[in-house]
Design a protein around this ligand. Structure first.
Ligand SMILES: NC(=O)c1ccc[n+]([C@@H]2O[C@H](COP(=O)([O-])OP(=O)(O)OC[C@H]3O[C@@H](n4cnc5c(N)ncnc54)[C@H](O)[C@@H]3O)[C@@H](O)[C@H]2O)c1
Ligand SMILES: [Zn+2]
Ligand SMILES: [Zn+2]
Length: 356
C-alpha cells in the first residue's frame, strides 16, 4: 500500500508499505481523507522531536475494513473518525471521563508498519498519511455515512482540540469576552465554539490579514492584524479591562507573554499552541495575584465518544461549520504542495485524499 514516509529529512510517497493485521481489541481502517495539522509540520521542522522513519498524520477518517478478536464496535463497513487517544480504559482518568490524561494515551510509539523489512513508527497512535492503519477499536468513532469523510477527518484533531478547549476546558459562558491568537485550523474552531457558547466579544488575532473574512464567518466580532502594531493595546481598545479567556493557538514565549497581558482580572489563558521543548516562559509573578490563571489543554480535554456525536449534531444544525474548514483537497502525489501551502499560510486546513 501507499504511504507518506518521513525519513527524518524528507517526506516521500512510497508504495509497498505493509501494516500488521488487527490484534485483540483492534481494528484496521482504510483511510479516506486526512488533514494536515501544524503538529505534523512540527515533527518535520524538528520542533517536536520524534523517531524516524515515521508515517505522520493524525487527523483522519475512513472505513473499517477488519476487526480483531473481541471487537463488537465499530463494525466492518462503518465510517469512522480516528482519534489519537489510545487509552487503557481502566485507570482513574479513563474511568472518570478524562481520557486525555491516561498515561497510556501519550508518548508511546509503536512500529506497526514495515517497508522492505524496516519497521516504521506510527505517529500520535495513528499515522493517517497511510492508506491503511491499525488502531484500538476505541480510537475509531463511528459516524453517519452521509457525512463527507473529507470534512469528518478534521474532527480528529482541529475540531476536538479547538471546540473542546472552549467547552470542556475553559468553559466559556454566555456574555464572556474571548481572544483567539492564531486563526488556523485550531483557532477557527476555538472561535466558533466561543460563538456557540454565547461569548459576546470574540477577537481573532493573526499575522495574516487575509484570515479576517474566515474568522468573521466563524463568529469573530473583531480582527486584529498582529503585524500592525501593539496587539495588546489593540485588544484593550476593544475590551478595556482585558479578556476573560485568551486562547494561545500559536505557542512560544513571545505569544504567551502577550497573551498574559491581554487577561482581565480573574481571566484565564488556555495554552493550545505547542512550543519547542527548550522554550521557557517568563511571566511577572504579580500577574497571578488578581486570580489570573494559565491552563494547559491537551486535545481539547476531549472525550471523543461523547464529544464527536455532540459536535455532529451542532454541525447538522448549522452551528458548527466543518465543511468551511477545508480550503483545498490534494491527491497523495501532491503532498509537497500541501506542505508548501500550509507553510505559506494559504490554508485553513488542507486535506489529503488517501485513495487515488
Ligand atoms: N494542544 C493540543 O492538543 C494541540 C492539538 C493540535 C494542534 N496544536 C498546536 O496548535 C497550534 C496551531 O495549530 P494549527 O494546526 O491551527 O496551525 P495552523 O498553521 O493551521 O494555524 C496557525 C495560525 O497562526 C497564525 N500565526 C502564526 N504566527 C502568529 C503570531 N505570531 N501571531 C498571531 N498569529 C500567528 C498563522 O497565520 C495561522 O493562521 C500548533 O502549535 C499546533 O502544534 C495543539
Ligand atoms: Zn493536531
Ligand atoms: Zn487509562
Amino acid at each position: 500500500m501507499k504511504a507518506i514516509v518521513f525519513d527524518g529529512t524528507e517526506n516521500k510517497l512510497v508504495d509497498g508499505v505493509t501494516v500488521r493485521g488487527p490484534g485483540p481489541g483492534e481494528v484496521q481502517v482504510r483511510i479516506v481523507a486526512s488533514g494536515l495539522c501544524q503538529s505534523d509540520l512540527s515533527v518535520v521542522n524538528g520542533k517536536i522531536p520524534f523517531p524516524s522513519p515515521v508515517i505522520l498524520g493524525h487527523e483522519g477518517a475512513g472505513i473499517v475494513e477488519a476487526v480483531g478478536p473481541g471487537v463488537t464496535m465499530p463494525a466492518v463497513g462503518d465510517h469512522v473518525v480516528l482519534t489519537t487517544l489510545a487509552t487503557c480504559g481502566q485507570c482513574a482518568p479513563c474511568t472518570s471521563g478524562h481520557p486525555t490524561m491516561c498515561r497510556e494515551s501519550f508518548g508511546k510509539t509503536a512500529t506497526p508498519f514495515e517497508l522492505d523489512g524496516t519497521p516504521i513508527h506510527n505517529f500520535a497512535a495513528l499515522s493517517t498519511f497511510s492508506e491503511r492503519i491499525v488502531v484500538q477499536a476505541g480510537q475509531a468513532i463511528s459516524i453517519p455515512k452521509d457525512i463527507p469523510l473529507t470534512t469528518a477527518c478534521l474532527i480528529g484533531c482541529a475540531v476536538l482540540t479547538g471546540v473542546g478547549a472552549v467547552l470542556n476546558r475553559a468553559r466559556v459562558s454566555p456574555g464572556d469576552s474571548v481572544v483567539v491568537i492564531g486563526a488556523g485550523g485550531i483557532g477557527l474552531n476555538v472561535i466558533q465554539a466561543a460563538r456557540v457558547a454565547g461569548a459576546a466579544t470574540i477577537i481573532a488575532v493573526d499575522t495574516n490579514p487575509e484570515k479576517e473574512p474566515k474568522t468573521s464567518l466563524f463568529g469573530a466580532t473583531h480582527f486584529i492584524n498582529a503585524m500592525a502594531g501593539d496587539t495588546v493595546a489593540a485588544v484593550r481598545e476593544v475590551i478595556a479591562g482585558g479578556a476573560a479567556h485568551v486562547f494561545d493557538c500559536v505557542g512560544g514565549e513571545a505569544i504567551t507573554s502577550q497573551a498574559m497581558e491581554m487577561l482581565d482580572w480573574g481571566g484565564q489563558l488556555i495554552m493550545l499552541g505547542v512550543a519547542g521543548p527548550e522554550t521557557k516562559l517568563s511571566v511577572p509573578a504579580s500577574t497571578f495575584y488578581m486570580d489570573r490563571s494559565v491552563l494547559g489543554c491537551r486535545y481539547g480535554s476531549s472525550r471523543p465518544g461523547a464529544d464527536i456525536p455532540k459536535y455532529l449534531d451542532l454541525y447538522r444544525s448549522g452551528r458548527l461549520l466543518l465543511d468551511e474548514l477545508v480550503t483545498k483537497t490534494y491527491e497523495l502525489e501532491d503532498f509537497e504542495s500541501l506542505l508548501d501551502d500550509a507553510r505559506n499560510g494559504r490554508l485553513d486546513r488542507g486535506v489529503l485524499l488517501m485513495q487515488s
